[in-house]
Design a protein. Structure first.
Length: 202
């Protein structure tokens, strides 16, 4: 009974903190970049172009879909109402250049998945994805009180692997021949970040 009450209190706290984060703008330390909730007003032609750009989406499942303005608007509305997802846009001086999502959050295990993209190619190779992930990890562990974050990547996505490892995610497993990439079967890799490790490094 006591464990059940404790869990209910934690879920109430999670919902409250998640709602707060969905109304906040978060700065990336030492930069002009900001994370803030994506709204319908942020769904521009440039945003739609990212989602349908073969080079940008080559290492994601998005490559198999064509996204319309209506699709993107519906998704943003869904994320705004979700009690298990935190979806932020990455902005530079007011311009939307990428996004990052924490979710779905599993309240039974206090875990969540992580996904991210830098959509504006002119910002590739600048280390911004690493800073964005670092901030989201901090929010997940400090504000949402999660215990673990998991990110899945194509084994061919070396840039994504580098930013995860820079943020001290650990490769926990390999899914052999999980995906098809450029006509070839490739592995999927599962990376994890524990709050326990994160606290020990602070």
């Amino acid at each position: 009974m006591q464990a059940s009450i404790k869990k209910k209190r934690w879920i109430m706290s999670l919902n409250s903190n998640l709602n707060q984060l969905k109304s906040m703008t978060v700065s990336l330390e030492g930069t002009k970049f900001q994370l803030k909730p994506v709204t319908v007003n942020d769904i521009t032609s440039a945003y739609i172009n990212w989602l349908n750009d073969a080079e940008i989406m080559q290492h994601t499942e998005q490559q198999f879909r064509t996204t319309t303005l209506e699709d993107a608007s519906d998704y943003v509305a869904l994320m705004a109402q979700s009690k298990t997802d935190l979806f932020y846009g990455l902005f530079y001086e007011g311009t939307h250049i990428g996004s990052i999502k924490l979710g779905k959050i599993n309240p039974n295990h206090k875990t969540a998945d992580l996904s991210y993209i830098i959509g504006d190619k002119s910002f590739w190779g600048m280390g911004i994805a690493s800073k964005m992930i670092k901030k989201m990890v901090s929010l997940a562990f400090e504000r949402l009180e999660l215990e673990k974050i998991v990110a899945g990547v194509y084994a061919t996505n070396l840039a994504s692997i580098r930013v995860l490892e820079k943020n001290r995610f650990v490769c926990e497993g390999k899914q052999r021949n999980q995906f098809i990439f450029r006509g070839q079967r490739i592995d999927g890799l599962i990376y994890g970040r524990l709050k326990l490790d994160w606290l020990g490094e602070k």
